[in-house]
Structure formats: structure tokens, C-alpha cells
Design a protein around this ligand. Structure first.
Ligand SMILES: Cc1cc2nc3c(=O)[nH]c(=O)nc-3n(C[C@H](O)[C@H](O)[C@H](O)COP(=O)(O)OP(=O)(O)OC[C@H]3O[C@@H](n4cnc5c(N)ncnc54)[C@H](O)[C@@H]3O)c2cc1C
Ligand code: SF4
Ligand code: SF4
Ligand code: SF4
Length: 377
């Protein structure tokens, strides 16, 4: 977190020194989105995904980029109060374990396919006009896209590898982080007025900051699905070699990756390898190790695999809108609660999921603080 000494307006120069040079920029793209939304065009994301000036002279020193950034916490109190935030993982009204009722979705999904089926349901009944998701492109590479059909949403399900998972295919570097927020801000608000966005906590926080500041086009982002996020990672050729050395796994042998209690690789042979979170920190993005967001506290619903059995999604229902959408999807049977459980067992499951979410959120806060302390010492 950036500590401010006075209340002068901060510009992109301050973002460069307080966040980017300080090594806590998560490359969410929020700053670039608000600036380009104002048609100033002063900023871009550079070839490594970091924000940078295109032309410094174009900067109006309005401070919007600084206030939008999830790492500066400038409007944090406003956002907290809007979402009735409570210790330790924000406000929520329910936590359920659920899955899609559609076999095609379940086959493609990371966990239970709740995200994909909920998005399809919301689109088909008109709650949204489209969804910003991340879809596979050229093997390993994923990119943000606005899905406006069932087919497009289904194509974006899960986090599968394609047929040619070589780092050469993705420019020598693979990252599982995708800047959906930058894409969402490019959407044409004339055509799409109600957009769902699926994103990591840093991205959803940037959207909430924009909404607190009433920056267009955050008004069309009417539903947010927040992924739990311990870390995103990126790998280059050197790390790929380390991967082979430590875990005897080649990327071309991997068919699927997932993050729950630990990091799970499913090999083409069907074998699953569980790698403890601590060990995978080696390939985490440096900013992710300094990040304290885990449970996506300001999303309408937060989702992850944590706490649910295989092929189910853990869903934290947070806002009234989140509650309405989940209730609607359950009543129309697009999704279903974990099967074969009595009401009593569901209550126990709920407590177990909450306890794990709180535990991982605490772990992440402690890790973030300790990496920040090391950085500042
Ligand atoms: C980078 C990352 C880190 C995660 N970390 C954790 C964790 O630590 N613990 C945990 O329990 N769960 C974590 N998750 C969430 C988990 O992997 C599942 O995405 C979640 O449980 C939803 O499962 P599902 O089957 O319902 O989703 P699906 O139906 O498979 O849909 C997943 C949706 O997420 C979108 N998506 C995929 N990758 C990205 C991305 N990089 N950025 C934005 N959207 C994306 C897809 O386009 C799709 O719409 C993480 C997910 C990601 C992408
Ligand atoms: S014009 Fe405003 S939003 Fe754009 S870089 Fe300058 S201070 Fe940031
Ligand atoms: S808004 Fe996002 S991309 Fe911009 S400096 Fe902050 S963390 Fe980095
Ligand atoms: S850990 Fe997740 S929320 Fe934090 S910066 Fe990385 S991607 Fe964003």
C-alpha cells in the first residue's frame, strides 16, 4: 500500500514512482484504461505489460490514473463503505459449492463451470449484453475478449492448454494473467450497455475504483465475477527448465492447470501433480508476491476451487445483485448445488469453505506484508 504524505493530486509521474518502480504494479491496465477513456492517449502498456507514457506532454495531471490504481488505495474507504466491507474477507451473504448442469460446460471448465453457465444464463435471459472473459489463442496464449454468444462464452471456459504449448508460440514468455479491464474499457457502450466482467481481485478493485469516481465506461460493467487469486505466474525458457528439474514436468505434457488449495497440473496422460503454493512462488509475478488481495472482496460474486470437491466451484455471494443472479440461475437449473448433501451437511460444508477462504486470505496478507517489508528494508 502506498502511504501518502499530503493530499496534493497525484499524476502518472507519481504512479511511476510509487507503484511501478516500487515493484507493486500488477499490470491490471486500469490506469491506461481511464486515461485512454478520456481520449487523452497519453499512456500505453509497454511490451512487458507495464504502463508507460506515450507522450508525457499529453498528461493533464488529472490524477485519475493514480486514483484508479488498486495499489494506491486512494478511494479505498469509499469503495469499502459502498460494499459494506467487513473483516476479514469482505461482505457476503452466502457461500455455496455448485456446478453447471450442462455436461459440455463441465467438460471445458476449470472447476464446476459455474462461471460459464452463469454467464450463458445471464446472457440468454437478457441480464447482460456480453461478458469480458479470457479466451485461448494460439496454444498457450490467452487474451481478453467480449463474448456475446453462448459459443463464445463456452470457448472461454476453463484454463486449458492448446495443442502446441511451447513458449516460442507465445513470444518466449507465458503468463496466465490477462488484462480484461483494458479490453472492457474499449467496449462500445452504444452497443453493449450491460457487461459482466470476470477478473482477478486487482482488476475488479480497479473497476470499483473507477465506479466510485464515476469514470466512463465503468457504468456499463454491471456485473463482476471475481476470481480468488493467490498469484498469477509467468514462465520463460529458463523457468521452464527449472520446472522440468524440480517437478519433472514439460509444459507440452500439461493439458490443464488449476489453483485451489495447491497448484494442480493435469498431464496429457491424465495424471495429476499437486505442487504446494509455496513452491510455485518461484514462477509467481513479483508484484503478485507483494499483493494482499485474495478473495475479491468487492465483486458481486467471488469464485474459486478452494474448499469444494473436484469439479465444483466455491461461490461467495456478496451483493444483492450477486444473490439475485445466483438464485435465478439455480431456479432455472443452469447451475445446481453440490449433489447428495443434506441441509445439515451443506451447513458444515459452508463453514469449511469460509474457514479455508479466511485462512488463504490471511496467508496472502502475511506473505504480501513480508515481501513488502523485504523490499523496503
Ligand atoms: C489467474 C487465476 C488465479 C486463480 N487463483 C485461484 C486461487 O488461488 N484459488 C482458487 O480457489 N481459485 C483460483 N482461481 C479461480 C479458479 O481457477 C476458477 O477460475 C474458478 O474456480 C471458476 O471455476 P469455474 O469452473 O466456475 O470457471 P469456468 O466456467 O471455467 O470459467 C472461468 C472463467 O474465467 C475466465 N478466465 C480464465 N482465466 C482468466 C484470467 N486470467 N483473467 C480473467 N478471466 C479469466 C474464463 O474466460 C472463464 O470465463 C484462479 C483463476 C485464475 C484465472
Ligand atoms: S492525463 Fe490523467 S489519467 Fe492520464 S496520465 Fe495524466 S494524470 Fe494520468
Ligand atoms: S493501475 Fe494497474 S497497471 Fe496501472 S500502475 Fe496500478 S497496478 Fe499497474
Ligand atoms: S496476485 Fe492476483 S490480484 Fe494480486 S496482483 Fe497478482 S493477479 Fe492481481
Amino acid at each position: 500500500m502506498v502511504k501518502m504524505k499530503d493530499d496534493r493530486i497525484r499524476s502518472f509521474d507519481d504512479l511511476l514512482s510509487d507503484v511501478i518502480s516500487a515493484g507493486i504494479c500488477g499490470k491490471c491496465g486500469g490506469c491506461v484504461s481511464v486515461c485512454s477513456a478520456n481520449l487523452i492517449g497519453a499512456l500505453k502498456l509497454d511490451e512487458n505489460g507495464f504502463p508507460a507514457y506515450v507522450q508525457k506532454e499529453l498528461c493533464l495531471e488529472c490524477g485519475l490514473c493514480y486514483m484508479t490504481c488498486p495499489q494506491t488505495h486512494t478511494v479505498r474507504e469509499e469503495v469499502k463503505s459502498r460494499f459494506d466491507w467487513k473483516e476479514p474477507v469482505g461482505n457476503y451473504t452466502d457461500v455455496i459449492s455448485a456446478r453447471s448442469t450442462d455436461a459440455d460446460v463441465r467438460k471445458a471448465a476449470t472447476d464446476g463451470g459455474v462461471v460459464t453457465s452463469l454467464l450463458i444464463h445471464m446472457l440468454e435471459v437478457g441480464h447482460i449484453d456480453g461478458a469480458v472473459v479470457s479466451t485461448s489463442k494460439d496454444g498457450l496464449k490467452r487474451e481478453a475478449t467480449v463474448a456475446t454468444s453462448r459459443e463464445d462464452i463456452l470457448l472461454a471456459a476453463g484454463s486449458h492448454f492448446g495443442e502446441l504449448p511451447h513458449l516460442e508460440e507465445v513470444g518466449d514468455r507465458y503468463t496466465n494473467y490477462v488484462s480484461v479491464i483494458k479490453y472492457a474499457s474499449k467496449t462500445n457502450p452504444v452497443k453493449l450497455k450491460k457487461l459482466a466482467v470476470v477478473g482477478t481481485p486487482c482488476q475488479i478493485t480497479a473497476i470499483r475504483n473507477m465506479q466510485a469516481l464515476a469514470i466512463v465506461p465503468s457504468d456499463i460493467m454491471t456485473f463482476t465475477i471475481g476470481l480468488f487469486c493467490m498469484q498469477c505466474f509467468e514462465m520463460d525458457h529458463l523457468m521452464e527448465r527449472e520446472f522440468l528439474k524440480h517437478w519433472n514436468v514439460r509444459l507440452d505434457d500439461v493439458s490443464r492447470m488449476n489453483i485451489k488449495e495447491d497448484f494442480i497440473l493435469t498431464l496429457n496422460s491424465g495424471i495429476k501433480i499437486h505442487i504446494p503454493m509455496k513452491e510455485i512462488e518461484e514462477i509467481a509475478r513479483p508484484a503478485c508476491l507483494r499483493c494482499e488481495y485474495f478473495a475479491n472482496d468487492y465483486a458481486d460474486i467471488s469464485v474459486g476451487g478452494l474448499g469444494s470437491p473436484e469439479n465444483y466451484t466455491t461461490v461467495m455471494v456478496r451483493t444483492i445483485r450477486g444473490r439475485m443472479m445466483i438464485a435465478d440461475a439455480l431456479s432455472k437449473k443452469s447451475i445446481e448445488l453440490r449433489t447428495g448433501r443434506t441441509e445439515e451437511e451443506r451447513k458444515v460444508d459452508r463453514l469449511g469453505m469460509i474457514s479455508l477462504i479466511e485462512e488463504y486470505a490471511a496467508r496472502k496478507r502475511t506473505r504480501g506484508k513480508s515481501f513488502m517489508d523485504k523490499l523496503q528494508s
